[in-house]
Design a protein around this ligand. Structure first.
Ligand code: PEP
Length: 248
């Protein structure tokens, strides 16, 4: 069996108290898999819970990260958080270009590309999300849109840096809707992405309504290295169930 990345994106959920409670429950669920070299778990939390997350995650030896960051180190950018601020509390991973950032907060490709470069330059790992809306898919523009999103983010980077990025294909119509892409749809895009990126062994996750009941099918596909999970990452048992189901 291949190595599986199981990354949870908590979005704007989980206070400090809820973060601590999550890990009280998660520790025992995770215990049977803790030394399984075939599993890498990661949790991405809102800024205010990162300190608590770092504390809990370090004890368990799992990856932990932020859901966004700004590309400048300091200055007049009210409401933003910088890379040095994240580094100060031990953060090494950052989700960038999530569809909610792209579509609710109107983050353009150029801004995401700047963030990707800044995160890499700081020696951190970006989780780069990309994916089409339903309208774009139905209009036959899926690949055109994704090519734009991916190319703008990796253009000008060295092959080494391109390889350091973790890619997450997340069709917007599948996020938080309960309607996952089929395993064939997800595989098709992940294989196409690998080809476009041009490096065979980059890590590509699928995200969009992943849960225990569809995990095995999705995660068994050749070009899907793991899952970026929203809703099902908020409860310890639902989150670890995804890996259990894959192993079963
Ligand atoms: C996400 O937010 O990245 C996501 C995939 O959400 P969900 O699993 O809830 O669809």
């Amino acid at each position: 069996m291949k190595k599986i990345y199981l990354y949870g994106n908590w979005k704007m959920n989980m206070t400090v108290a809820e973060t601590k409670k999550f890990f009280e429950g998660f520790s025992s669920q995770y215990q049977p898999y803790k030394n399984d070299a075939g599993l890498e778990v990661g949790v991405f939390a809102p800024f205010t819970s990162l300190w608590a997350l770092a504390d809990c995650a370090k004890n368990l030896g799992i990856v932990f990260g932020a859901e966004n960051v700004y590309s400048e180190d300091k200055g007049a950018f009210t409401g933003e958080v910088s890379i040095p601020m994240l580094q100060e509390i031990g953060i090494k991973y950052v989700i960038l270009g999530h569809s909610e950032r792209r579509h609710i907060f109107n983050e353009p490709d150029e801004m995401i590309a700047k963030k990707v470069k800044a995160v890499l330059a700081a020696g951190m790992t970006p989780i780069l999300c990309y994916g089409e809306t339903l309208e774009e898919r139905e209009g036959g523009n899926t690949f055109k849109v994704m090519e734009r999103q991916l190319k703008s983010a990796i253009d000008g980077l060295s092959a080494d840096d391109v390889k350091k990025i973790i890619y997450a294909y997340e069709p917007v119509w599948a996020i938080g809707t309960g309607k996952s892409a089929t395993s064939e749809q997800a595989q098709e895009v992940c294989a196409w992405s690998r080809n476009l990126i041009g490096i065979k062994d980059v890590v590509i996750l699928y995200g969009g309504s992943v849960k225990g009941s569809n995990a095995k099918e999705l995660l068994s596909m050749n070009d899907i290295d793991g899952a970026l999970v929203g809703g099902a990452s908020l409860k310890p048992d639902a989150f670890i169930e995804i890996y259990k189901a894959y192993k079963a």
